[in-house]
Design a binder for this molecule. Structure first.
Ligand SMILES: NC(=O)C1=CN([C@@H]2O[C@H](COP(=O)(O)OP(=O)(O)OC[C@H]3O[C@@H](n4cnc5c(N)ncnc54)[C@H](OP(=O)(O)O)[C@@H]3O)[C@@H](O)[C@H]2O)C=CC1
Ligand SMILES: O=C(O)[C@H](O)COP(=O)(O)O
Length: 496
């Protein structure tokens, strides 16, 4: 159970502690931040509201710990990560329990998130050993005007202190996707978990603690992003920020100093459906892509662009499946569970009302109880409706009927976002042309968008992000190239 057994140290009375210098601590602020259970809408947990002074101390320890960690052999760093991964998986049940309570993730998906996270940590350890164990050897005579007098040796070196800020929807997985590459590459890491999801993240951090990482190498400071966020992201001790979330990331990019940024932001992933598509496959993917975790995935299908000639049949097939979705509590493993907060539910409702006023066809009756919103397909959505462009982050999916492929591509590319998209057709040649024309970081052919498997490159164009993640890209992003050049007094040619 959360906060008990091996996790007892994390809890003090009814407030979870923060993690600094290898210890669980109470904040000197004497204040806490409440985490509201999206289902009961009552306070479920409380976390420390850390102070700026505490953040300063964490940054200092992170800097000191990193210097020693960078001198720790790569195989030893990998060994500790494998240990943490095993502990994480062993304790999947209490961590999943937190995910259910603080972000209303369906019970089975919560377990999957923790197991997937353990696998990600192990995979990163292995990948790190491979790619960080290799460098480059260059010789000078390949560049015009040079003799073979210079040998250049390159290797990848750590950046220093990495600040990781994940969002509420995958507070464990999107935290370890930053922690593991940072650590294997020889960096230290400061985690600022999302408030909704903080307790799951604290339990995950405890698994790293139990694995025996050096003091100060990993820290976790809690508090509202709106209160300590700027102080963290503009802190001079931070050498790199890896952020996943919404528009906040755009503001951070403008404020951060001259440091590498990895930004994974919002999306409006389009699903383009051609006349020749297998409509049963499309309907199944729209359900999985649009409604899993109640649409609260950056990679959720967020607009369907279907050719008019097959639209009626597709909408009917999707509606049949929507009717079968179970709606209710995450503890009961329902398909559709309450969205993360009341303000999120209100925002979604605003989009629905706007679509109603402007004449969208409601395939189901709009129904809401607290934060629980029943799945809703909106047909005949027009470009003047907000839902055609905005990201609901909820179980409401717009369908726009199109008369040409160009119209579909135009709608996709007119979006401010450019995360992923998908196209359904049996004609692979058309699929490739459409994929090339779509201004998104990834296009899936005949499947819904997805970030996983976690070693695939994952990146957004435009307002969807900066840089690329996925295990290998994240390790590379959290390192820089260091060159050593050996200058010879006379040219030397191999076997010369
Ligand atoms: N492209 C991708 O890979 C993904 C993108 N997302 C996107 O994330 C959004 C949903 O997640 P959500 O958690 O609501 O996103 P937010 O942008 O609201 O929050 C993300 C994180 O930023 C923190 N934060 C808030 N304000 C600041 C600040 N001023 N400085 C620093 N950090 C701050 C939050 O903390 P706190 O909770 O305390 O406010 C949280 O940890 C959606 O737009 C979704 O598309 C989600 C998953 C993957
Ligand atoms: O927030 C998200 O959407 C996650 O990054 C999704 O991961 P997945 O597409 O692999 O479920």
């Amino acid at each position: 159970m959360a906060g008990t057994g091996v996790f007892a140290d994390v809890l003090d009375g009814d407030v979870y502690k923060y993690y600094a210098d290898g210890e669980w601590k109470k904040s000197s602020s004497g204040k806490s931040v409440a985490i509201i259970n999206p289902t009961t809408r009552k306070t479920q947990y409380k976390v420390q509201a850390c102070t700026q002074e505490e953040v300063n101390k964490v940054m200092e320890s992170a800097k000191t710990a990193q210097k020693t960690w960078a001198k720790t052999p790569l195989w030893k760093r990998a060994e500790l990560l494998h240990k943490a991964a095993a502990i994480l998986k062993e304790h999947k049940a209490p961590i999943a329990e937190c995910l259910v309570k603080e972000i209303a993730k369906p019970a089975k998906d919560a377990i999957t998130e923790v197991v997937r996270s353990g696998d990600l940590v192990s995979y990163t350890a292995e990948e790190g050993v491979r790619i960080l164990g290799e460098g480059k050897f260059l010789v000078s005579d390949s560049f015009p005007g040079n003799e073979r007098t210079k040998y250049c040796l390159t290797s990848k070196v750590p950046l220093g202190v990495i600040l990781a800020i994940p969002p509420f929807n995958y507070p464990v997985n999107l935290a370890v996707s930053k922690i593991a590459p940072a650590l294997i590459a020889g960096n230290s890491l400061v985690l600022k978990p999302p408030t909704q999801g903080a307790v799951s993240a604290l339990h995950m951090v405890h698994c790293f603690h139990l694995a025996g990482f050096p003091k100060g190498l990993i820290s976790c400071v809690t508090g509202k992003g709106s209160e300590i966020g700027d102080f963290l992201t503009m802190h001079p001790g931070v050498n790199c920020i890896s952020f996943t979330g919404g528009d906040t990331g755009i503001a951070i990019s403008k404020k951060a100093g001259m440091i590498p940024l990895q930004m994974e932001l919002g999306g409006k992933d389009a699903c383009i459906v051609l006349e020749d598509a297998d409509l049963d496959l499309v309907a199944a993917n729209i359900i999985k892509g649009g409604f899993s975790y109640s649409g609260q995935r950056c990679t959720a299908v967020k607009v369907v662009l279907v050719m008019e000639s097959v639209a009626d049949v597709l909408v009917e097939k999707v509606n049949e499946k929507v009717a079968k979705l179970t709606v209710g509590a995450p503890e009961d493993d329902c398909d559709i569970t309450p969205v993360v907060s009341e303000s999120s539910a209100n925002f979604i409702e605003g989009l629905v009302k706007d679509a109603k006023e402007k004449g969208a066809t409601f395939c189901q009756e709009y129904k809401r109880d607290g934060n629980l919103i029943w799945p809703l397909l909106l047909d005949n959505v027009q470009p003047d409706m907000r839902i055609a462009w905005e990201e609901p982050f909820g179980p409401v999916l717009p369908v726009i009927r199109i008369n040409s492929i160009e119209e579909g591509i135009h709608h996709c590319n007119a979006s401010n976002f450019g995360l992923q998209g998908c196209v359904f057709t049996k004609d692979v040649n058309k699929a490739i042309l459409i994929s090339d024309a779509m201004e998104t970081g990834t296009v899936q052919i005949n499947s819904a968008p997805a970030r996983g498997p976690d070693h695939f490159p994952f990146q957004g164009l435009k307002e969807s992000g900066i840089g690329s993640q996925g295990v290998t890209n994240s390790i590379n992003m959290m390192t820089k190239i260091k060159s050593t050049v050996i200058n010879l007094p006379t040219p030397s040619y191999t076997m010369g």
